[in-house]
Design a binder for this molecule. Sequence first.
Ligand code: 3VV
Length: 221
Amino acid sequence: MNAPLTEPSSTTTEDLGHQRAAIAALGHELRALVDATVRTAAPAEALHRMTDEVRRLTGRLTGRRRLRAEIPAVDVFPGGVRMYSPVTGPGSPLAPPMRVTPDGDGVVGHCTLGIAHEGPPGYVHGGMSAMLLDELMGWACYGAGTPAMTVSLRTRYHQPVPLETPLRVHARVTGTEDRKIFVAGSISTEQDRTAELVTADAVFVSPDPDRARALFPDGAP
Ligand SMILES: CCCCCCCC/C=C\CCCCCCCC(=O)SCCNC(=O)CCNC(=O)[C@H](O)C(C)(C)COP(=O)(O)OP(=O)(O)OC[C@H]1O[C@@H](n2cnc3c(N)ncnc32)[C@H](O)[C@@H]1OP(=O)(O)O
């Protein structure tokens, strides 16, 4: 019988590194499982056997469960580490995950999407493109020293975004007006950075400190 999986109690830097590596490793395998799941042509009996096995595995992830709005001990909020972000989180089976780095006066994100994120056959779901852009535009605000939340996001889809193709997402702050931050973003392929497949412009707002404390009681920016 396997021992139940529980969280470690101490949080030294070394432990944190090990914990993050373990979270990323599990996330990686779960993304592979998601990919295999949406590609398989296995017959019903095989799928039923798999379902039983997966249910058993899920039951083994025991221990304390994170509460809603609780910031995971492995995260740094709002400093940027979000292990379970559905866009950048290495621990999330939903995330590509997109890697974000500074780029000139903005930020750039790199990722490749598989058919789990398919919209039209062979191409990325438009909602997924909007999600990549929304996240990266949030990072652009954070990089500019003004963590903020999206109040408006407009996307324009010029050409379909191909699956299984390295993508480059770009975002930069174009202006500010009191607590409002204006941001522009785009998606291209790594191979042809000049062809903007999707472009976006957004308005973000930095909540005032009282509002931020009310929204994020576990760690207001
Ligand atoms: C402190 C935030 C920390 C965030 C996290 C940082 C982590 C950094 C680390 C790593 C980066 C990760 C990046 C992640 C990115 C993800 C992004 C998302 O998915 S965000 C989720 C979706 N967005 C919402 O759920 C917002 C819902 N909206 C609200 O809760 C409120 O609107 C809020 C708190 C944002 C602002 O509320 P008020 O009461 O403080 O502000 P009011 O007075 O309503 O508006 C301020 C100004 O903004 C304008 N405004 C409001 N909505 C607008 C709109 N839709 N379009 C244009 N302007 C708008 C208003 O007209 C006003 O302007 P006038 O002062 O009058 O000039």
